[in-house]
Design a protein around this ligand. Structure first.
Ligand code: BT5
Length: 313
């Protein structure tokens, strides 16, 4: 309980704060301060201890207060669970399903972040790594694809609206900035015959974390790199969740907006599916969320999943 309050004091201070000052401010003993600091350090917060007191070396951390402010503005998700470090927010969200609530799981750092098809997702501190848990969303299996489009769409919109950056969408699940990947979406669902038991939507956004452009499948970028300075992750998260709630279940609007922000449609693309490689013009999305690819021979092939490479305009 004191940990959160001490973290808030440290986050708000540009100077070293003595143990005595913290103890007085919170009306607790020096030993309680010391114990709480020890726990915070164990959780991974970079608190420097000097003779004069304590100092938080990196202030880019969420505190409960940031998240409570966001929760006041949304109603679809009842809670935001924050983890200084976890394997993957997908794992912690999954272990929460039986509670039967919609919730958000947020981690400062993931040790086993994952992408699609068992690929790994680098999740260093400074990024926005979250999973949205939707319990029994009113969609059937055939409609689950809307959640994929909705999630990449609201991520792009949040980046545009918060930072005025030209984020665009790449089929099926990437958000691009200047042609480089700034965010990705991972959807995991469990379906009954004609309803969804749950949906776990993983969203990873490179915000203030370092990214090595050439390290990944396609070049990557962070928002910090695009803007030239560290940015506020709480405002981005707030926009993302508000937009998600606003567009949730508005199927037609989701598809139309996705098409509007798409970088893929109208481009010559190479699609890699589990069984084939196809080249053609990305024409449109159909009502089942499939990408319609027009081959050189003029055949139109609907594709429901795969990886996409942009060839040329
Ligand atoms: C994705 O997969 O783009 C989905 C990424 C979802 C990550 C979120 S973070 C919160 C939640 N918890 C998780 O464990 N996951 C979700 P895919 O399209 O398969 O792209 C994966 C590929 O992107 C990798 O094989 C790398 O080449 C590349 N990559 C890995 N980390 C990256 C990063 N931080 N930025 C850009 N590209 C990255």
């Amino acid at each position: 309980m004191w940990e959160e309050k001490i973290l808030k004091l440290l986050k708000g201070s540009h100077q070293i704060i003595s143990g005595e000052t913290i103890a007085k401010a919170l009306n607790i003993s020096r030993v309680s301060v010391w114990k709480a600091i020890k726990k915070l350090k164990e959780k991974g917060y970079p608190i420097k201890t000097t003779k004069k007191g304590y100092f938080l070396e990196d202030k880019d951390f969420f505190i409960e207060e940031d998240l409570n402010k966001i929760l006041e503005k949304i109603s679809l998700f009842k809670k935001i669970y924050l983890f200084p470090e976890t394997t993957s927010t997908m794992d912690v969200a999954k272990s929460h399903i039986e509670k039967g609530e919609n919730a958000v799981f947020l981690a400062e750092r993931q040790t086993k972040g994952r992408g699609r098809l068992g690929r790994s997702w680098e999740s260093l501190r400074g990024g926005l790594w979250l999973t949205l848990l939707l319990y029994k969303p009113p969609l059937n299996l055939k409609e689950a694809f809307f959640l994929n489009y909705l999630s990449s769409l609201v991520t792009a919109k949040a980046i545009i609206e918060t930072f005025n950056l030209p984020a665009r969408l790449k089929w099926p699940n990437d958000v691009l900035l200047f042609g480089k990947k700034v965010a990705g979406v991972l959807l995991e669902i469990k379906a009954e015959v004609d309803s969804l038991e749950y949906a776990l939507i993983g969203i990873g956004i490179n915000v203030n974390n370092p990214v090595l452009e050439k390290k990944f499948m396609i070049p990557a970028i962070s928002i910090k790199e695009a803007i030239g300075q560290e940015v506020d992750r709480a405002s981005l998260l707030e926009k993302l969740l508000i937009n998600f709630e606003t567009l949730y279940l508005k199927k037609k609007e989701i598809l139309n907006l996705w098409k509007e922000f798409s970088e893929t449609l109208g481009k010559e693309v190479k699609i890699l599916t589990s069984s084939s490689t196809l080249i053609g013009l990305a024409l449109d999305l159909d009502e089942e969320g499939r990408l319609l690819l027009k081959t050189k021979e003029g055949e139109i092939i609907p594709i429901s999943s795969g990886d996409c490479l942009h060839l040329r305009t």
